[in-house]
Structure formats: structure tokens, C-alpha cells
Design a protein around this ligand. Structure first.
Ligand SMILES: [Zn+2]
Ligand SMILES: [Zn+2]
Ligand SMILES: [Zn+2]
Length: 277
């Protein structure tokens, strides 16, 4: 299995759109891995995770043929994870030869945002019935997509909606995709997470050096999370552990995140990073 990190920033981007803090200034001056677009990932070039406003830039930058993608997992409705108005461009009028149906999986808030964006008057002449189909997910309501077994697990994030993290399995390989979430997960969520063995664990690191009590995670939480997985026998010797979804408010540069990750046997994600396992 392969996971590519197309974007690795939190909602405001990195550098943040309107920010001139030390971290953002450093990012602008240094460039390269210090620049991040909003979080989005791609599994084996087939399963897209989240749909931020930077999706178009990702398609350009990585030469993606998004018209071939048939499955999009959405974690929650925050705009850095779901910017649904772009989906209108999968209609044949704009997206020639887009293959079959794009299935968009998400919670009720994602569903509302989807229909709110694509059913507006201006777009009624280009209905998406043949191009994009929304599929509402329930907590732990697992399903198959293109040979992948996918489990939506309730996250510890915005309480106004049922945010999901995802477990994605195929051919004995397994990913835990844990963005955006804190560690205050339900007993059922932990049980579900503990009942798998992972080749790749991708954890929220929005808060950087800070420890938080939910909603997101900082680096100390990431270490604690990995310890829990270890204790439950969920990790193999070669499990790849990645921290991802970074904010300038975490007060660390990419280089510092990389150094931290290395000393703890992890990888700090950067835009374009590929992990094969
Ligand atoms: Zn986010
Ligand atoms: Zn900043
Ligand atoms: Zn969020």
C-alpha cells in the first residue's frame, strides 16, 4: 500500500494566509518543505482522503488525473477538509471523460455542505446525478470501496458534527488515518482501533509542542497515542508512524518537527511525501 500526502497544513495554511508570525515568515523565506497546503491524502492513487480548497493546486502539482478517482473519504465538514463547490467540475460539461461515478463518503454535515454547494440555482443546469454521488456514513458502518475495507471511526473533534478518522485495509495491510482528532475518543472507538494491526499510523499534530485536552493533538499526545497502540499489540516492528496536519500555532518549523519525529521513530509529513509499506 502507498499513501501520498498531497497537503499537510491545518485550515489556515502554512504560511497562514494573513499571518506574519516567526514560523510563517521563516516558511516564506525558506520555501521547500517549509511550505504546506491544506491536508489531503491519496491511497494507492485510488482513494482520495478529504477535498480541501487546495485540491486544484494538488492536481496541478502532482499531475493527478482526478477524473479517474471514484472514491473520496471526507473526515468532516471543516473547509480545510471539504470545499464541495469544486465538485461541480466533475460534470461532463467541465470534466470530459471523468470515469464513472465519484462516491463522496461523509457525515451529515458533509452531506449538507455538499448539497448546499452543488444544488444552488447557478449549477442546476449541470446536475451531478451521473458524476458524483453522496454516501452518508454511520459510526463504525464499514464498507468496501474498490477492494478496500473502510471503517469510519468517531473522532474527538468538533462536537457539532460526527467527525471521522478512518481505518483502511487491503490485502492484509492497514492504515489508521487520524486527522483531525484529539485523544478523548469513546471506549468503542478505542476498541475498534485496538482490534487492528497497522502498517501505517498517521496522527494529528496540529498543536506542535503543546499538549491539548482534545479536538486536536500535539506531539506529546502523538507519543502517548503510539504507546497505547504499542501496548495493545497494534504495531509491527516496521510500522510507519507519521505526524501530520500542522499549524504555525504549534510554534515549530518543519525542520524542528522533522528532528523531533526522528528522535521518536516517526516521520514528519511534508507536501508530496509518499509512504509505502
Ligand atoms: Zn483540519
Ligand atoms: Zn503564522
Ligand atoms: Zn477540523
Amino acid at each position: 500500500m502507498e499513501l501520498q500526502y498531497l497537503g499537510t497544513a491545518a485550515a489556515e495554511g502554512w504560511p497562514a494566509l494573513f499571518c506574519d508570525c516567526r514560523i510563517c515568515r521563516h516558511a516564506r523565506e525558506t520555501g521547500g518543505k517549509e511550505l504546506r497546503t491544506r491536508t489531503q491524502s491519496l491511497v494507492d492513487g485510488k482513494i482520495l482522503i478529504d477535498f480541501p480548497p487546495d485540491t486544484y493546486a494538488h492536481a496541478l502539482g502532482y499531475s493527478l488525473q482526478l477524473g479517474k478517482i471514484k472514491h473520496l473519504l471526507v473526515t468532516h465538514s471543516h473547509m480545510d477538509h471539504f470545499f464541495p463547490v469544486e465538485l461541480i467540475h466533475r460534470h461532463e460539461h467541465f470534466g470530459h471523460h471523468a470515469e464513472g461515478m465519484l462516491h463522496v463518503y461523509g457525515n451529515e454535515a458533509v452531506e449538507e455542505a455538499f448539497y448546499g454547494a452543488v444544488l444552488i440555482d447557478r449549477f442546476r443546469v449541470h446536475p451531478l446525478d451521473e458524476a458524483v454521488k453522496f454516501v452518508r456514513l454511520k459510526p463504525f458502518g464499514d464498507f468496501m470501496a474498490d477492494g478496500y475495507h473502510i471503517i469510519p471511526v468517531p473522532a474527538d473533534h468538533d462536537k457539532r458534527e460526527q467527525c471521522f478518522i478512518y481505518i483502511i485495509e487491503k490485502d492484509g495491510k492497514c492504515i489508521l488515518y487520524g486527522h483531525d482528532t484529539g485523544m478523548a475518543l469513546s471506549r468503542e472507538a478505542w476498541d475498534c482501533i485496538f482490534s487492528h494491526k497497522y502498517g501505517l499510523v498517521s496522527l494529528d499534530a496540529t498543536m506542535g509542542k503543546k499538549q491539548t485536552d482534545g479536538y486536536h493533538m500535539g506531539l506529546p499526545d502523538g507519543i502517548a497515542f503510539v504507546k497505547l497502540l504499542e501496548a495493545q499489540g497494534c504495531l509491527q516492528e516496521d510500522t510507519v508512524k507519521v505526524i501530520n496536519h500542522f499549524s504555525h500555532n504549534g510554534e515549530m518549523t518543519h525542520q524542528q518537527l522533522e528532528e523531533f519525529a526522528e528522535t521518536h521513530g516517526m516521520k514528519a509529513a511534508f507536501d508530496g511525501m509518499k509512504v509505502a509499506f
